[in-house]
Write a protein that binds this ligand. Structure first.
Ligand code: NAD
Length: 497
């Protein structure tokens, strides 16, 4: 390793899984943390520990930042954009080849159905294909200026980029934030969520196998207040990407301000799906149900509110009740629609919202059954309440669980006001066959994405994604992510003299 951190002991790449102790990836090698108790890795479907995670802090973060800085000054910094793209393409191929192993690990770690975890691995590969392919296609520009001048604007990496990710989609978040950073030639330090991140370490090892130079990606595991806070406070970090809660997002932005470092914050939402009376109600009901049950509702862009025109309320709630009655909850291996939530704390939190809604007398429109044999896991029964008043916590707060709040409207104007009536603004869905109304709604809704007669929970890799208001700022995905993860330099060359 290039840095002066003698307490980090190297372990051979790839052995960490067999030891069931996941080390950090720093400077191209897997290292452990001496002296601190590792963190248990718990399977949410059973409540059982199946591995340990190294608990890094300021020391490991500093080593990782130094390793990233050394990579920029060394082989990684000198690598052409085309070669960076090739490494990324090789990694994508490796991910696809290892999908089964990675998907089972991810499913075990997060509790999600293994079919969803397989789709997540395909998404990781896609992120690296997309951004790896773009690496050598982001060109600068030449500006016509005064006679005798040649002015060019070149795009450059930011330097050392920090990435703090949540537990809901560990693999997908890895792809979403690391792929564009590497494509633009940055050296990255990732602090994934302590609740679930084993797959990130496996993906990091595969990137090294694909030929990524040492230090171009470093991963330090540990708790947010220790490793996460140390990363955001590090003076040699040039950019921070954070996905998680609005509260921690605020801390991250404050830490970034101390060093004048740009941040991209993705902080969740309370995304509405607005269903007009002329919509294809069957199709809308199917996707409204899917958009809140997928990943047990632990998706920042989950459609957690359904806003329904009063004239079709009875018919649409009957359709929703049908869809939710058919939802299957189970363990990763059960081929169910959703699994447990991430841990006991989150289970208590989500159940707290459900209990409060019942205590407040909100009508239950639909409820999926929980099979009797799921003891030990952190399962929550998907539930739909409605109508829910605009001031109720179920409408105003992100539950991050499979709980849907139904609201009613009469006019289009009212629908817009309800859609925009929370502190969040991440994604919205509009269901109507009226073309003019589709456009009016899309323009009037305040959010980063609007889906019309479809819903994609953030959509594909190609689609720019991010929030407004309390949902955060900055854009990920699509080519826009490459702009966030790079900067420009204007070169003014006077040649006429
Ligand atoms: P969190 O914000 O606490 O954690 C997200 C990441 O930030 C983790 O990697 C964590 O280790 C790190 N972190 C925590 N404290 C930190 C600090 N002081 N400095 C730097 N990094 C820190 O989110 P959570 O506890 O995992 O979940 C809480 C709520 O956040 C959820 O219930 C949900 O509402 C929301 N959430 C949103 C998303 C999303 O995709 N927008 C994802 C997960 C959670």
């Amino acid at each position: 390793m290039q840095c002066d951190h003698p307490d980090l002991f190297p372990a051979a790449l790839g052995q960490h899984a067999a030891q069931a102790l996941y080390g950090h990836l720093i400077g191209g090698v897997i290292v452990g943390t001496g002296g601190s108790e590792p963190l248990p890795v718990i399977a949410p479907a059973t409540g059982q520990r199946f591995a340990w995670l190294s608990r890094g802090g300021a020391y490991e973060i500093d080593a990782a930042v130094q390793a990233a800085r050394a990579a920029l000054a060394g082989r990684w910094g000198a690598m052409s954009a085309t070669e960076r793209g090739r490494v990324m393409a090789r990694f994508a191929t490796l991910v696809l080849a290892h999908t089964e192993r990675l998907a089972w690990l991810e499913a075990h770690d997060t509790g999600k159905p293994v079919a969803q975890a397989r789709a997540d691995m395909a998404a990781v590969a896609r992120y690296f294909e997309f951004y790896g392919g773009a690496a050598d296609k982001i060109h600068g520009e030449v500006i016509p200026y005064l006679a005798g001048y040649n002015v060019s604007v070149v795009r450059e990496p930011l330097g050392v980029t920090a990435h703090i990710t949540p537990w809901n989609y560990p693999a997908q978040m890895f792809g979403r934030t690391i792929a564009p950073a590497l494509a633009m030639g940055n050296a990255a330090v990732l602090k994934p969520a302590e609740e679930a991140c084993a797959v990130c370490l496996e993906l990091g090892a595969l990137l090294v196998e694909a030929g990524l130079p040492a230090g171009a990606l470093n991963i330090v595991t540990g708790v947010g207040e220790e490793a996460g806070a140390a990363l955001t406070a590090h003076p040699d970090v040039n950019f921070i990407s954070f996905t998680g809660s609005p509260e921690v997002g605020q801390l991250v932005q404050q830490a970034a301000a101390r060093h004048h470092v740009p941040v991209v914050l993705e902080l969740g939402g309370k995304s509405p799906q607005i269903v007009f009376e002329d919509a294809d109600l069957e199709q809308a009901a199917t996707l409204v149900c899917k958009a809140i049950t997928q990943n047990a509702g632990q998706t920042c862009s989950a459609g957690s509110r359904v806003v329904v025109q009063r004239s079709i309320a009875e018919r649409f709630t009957a359709l929703l009740a049908d869809r939710f009655a058919a939802v299957r909850v189970g363990r990763p291996e059960d081929d169910a629609d959703l699994g447990p939530v991430i841990n006991a704390t989150q289970q208590a939190r989500v159940q707290g919202f459900i209990d409060r809604a019942r205590a407040d007398g909100l009508p239950v429109i639909a409820e999926a059954a929980l099979p009797a044999d799921l003891q030990g896991g952190y399962f929550v029964a998907p539930t739909v309440f409605g109508p829910v008043p605009a001031t109720h916590p179920l409408v105003c707060q992100e539950v991050f669980g499979p709980v849907l709040a139904l609201q009613l409207f009469d006019t289009e104007q009212e629908a817009v006001a309800i859609a925009n009536g929370t502190e969040f603004g991440l994604v919205a869905g509009v269901w109507t066959r009226d073309g003019a109304r589709q456009q009016r709604m899309a323009r009037a809704i305040v959010s980063g994405q609007v889906f019309i007669n479809c819903y994609g929970a953030g959509g594909g890799v190609e689609l720019p994604f991010g929030g407004t208001k309390r949902s955060g700022h900055g854009r990920e995905k699509g080519l826009l992510a490459l702009e966030e993860l790079s900067t420009t330099k204007t070169i003014v060359n006077y040649y006429a003299g």
